[in-house]
Design a protein around this ligand. Structure first.
Ligand code: BYC
Length: 330
């Protein structure tokens, strides 16, 4: 190999020295609790990690519309139908805010959507479970949105400004989702024996997958170290999972239901509800694409994308026409 010409070598080392200084300044800003904004210098790895995490989050919101969207036509009353439609629509909106936030990092939304459709991007494992009964609408609102709130309330303090700001609005809407879910659960829990059995069955199916939403245990979470150092994540997966369990068990008890965990026990010293072992083999299978509904969900998103092609074409043509009219008028 030819040695570098001296002027190039010194140029490269000057650049490397500048990067070290920039990185030190960046770390100092993070340590001081400052918010990082799109035009600020940031390490390439910070940008990549955020794109990964934010795009997976946006995909989760959009795929998350499917299990509930499935029940809109079967809601038992007009009031229930209206709130379910509003909730599913909110989730589409959340996807939109987070895709917009991700684009501030210099990526194109179309590329991100393509990654979802071709199976190279992940989305939350929870949406790969089927919704078998109306009670699932209550339990998803309560447990799944409840878990999302625990995770996202902390993310509202994340170091990247656009993501943190998106989380503030999303959490407000998620609170409505959780309340409507818990109301459905409470109503069914004090209903007929068949309604009670239906809601208990739903809790039995969604309890463990809800705990898996927080990600692998801390000892097996490759991204956590870096994300915590940059204050993207402010609590670990296990800390947030424990907080969710502690908040939720009293709610389970209040409606007279149970969770399917024989090892659940209150520890008066730590004030934690200790829970049994999570089935990580199941989690890994679902994340790898082999959950009960992974293929169905991706097929539904691909069909929606194909069916929306004419809308995107029309919107693009309209924008071009507007731009042309503007140029002609100027
Ligand atoms: N499902 O190193 P780790 C919602 C992946 S939407 C699938 O701990 P990290 C809602 C992880 O991506 C809920 N994959 O990762 C919507 C990583 O893979 P890669 C979505 C998972 O990033 C509609 C690998 O496992 N919320 O709430 O440090 C209706 C190792 O994990 C999962 C968000 O996305 C999972 N559950 O921590 C209702 C919140 N867990 O990328 C509700 C933002 C982990 O290295 N995201 N993986 O190949 C986060 O807070 C974090 O990304 C996570 C994972 C806690 C999820």
């Amino acid at each position: 190999m030819m040695p570098n010409p001296p002027e190039l070598a010194s140029g490269a080392s000057a650049e490397a020295a500048r990067d070290v200084a920039r990185e030190a300044a960046f770390d100092a800003r993070i340590a001081a609790g400052e918010s990082i904004e799109p035009k600020d210098w940031m390490p390439e790895r910070y940008r990549k990690q955020l794109i990964r995490m934010m795009s997976q989050h946006a995909h989760s919101e959009v795929v998350g519309m499917l299990p509930e969207g499935n029940w809109i036509t079967r809601a038992p009353s007009l009031r229930r139908k209206m709130s379910l439609i509003a909730k599913v629509q909110d989730e589409g909106g959340h996807g939109l805010y987070i895709y917009c936030g991700t684009e501030t990092l210099g990526v194109d939304r179309h590329d991100l959507v393509e990654q979802l459709l071709n199976g190279t991007a992940k989305y939350s494992s929870i949406f790969n479970y089927p919704t078998l009964s109306w009670a699932d609408m209550g339990v998803i609102g309560w447990l799944v949105d409840g878990a999302a709130i625990v995770n996202q309330t902390i993310l509202a303090k994340t170091s990247y400004g656009p993501y943190a700001r998106a989380m503030i609005r999303i959490c407000k809407e998620e609170n409505f989702h959780k309340r409507q879910g818990y109301e459905i659960v409470a109503t069914l829990a004090k209903g007929t024996p068949a309604q009670r059995a239906m809601v208990q069955d739903s809790v039995n199916r969604f309890w463990w997958p809800s705990l898996m939403m927080f990600g692998p245990s801390d000892t097996n979470s490759p991204n956590s170290g870096e994300l915590r150092r940059w204050k993207v994540k402010r609590k670990t997966n296990d800390e947030l999972r424990q907080r969710f369990v502690n908040l939720t068990i009293p709610q389970v008890q209040a409606v007279g239901l149970t969770v399917p965990d024989p090892d659940l026990a209150y520890n008066a010293t730590t004030e934690d509800w200790e829970f049994g072992a999570i089935d990580w083999a199941e989690f890994n299978e679902v994340v790898r694409g082999n959950g009960p509904c992974n293929r169905e969900r991706i097929a539904a998103r691909r069909a929606a994308h194909d069916n929306g092609q004419w809308v995107r074409a029309a919107a693009t043509a309209h924008a071009e026409k507007q731009a042309q009219n503007k140029t002609e008028a100027a």
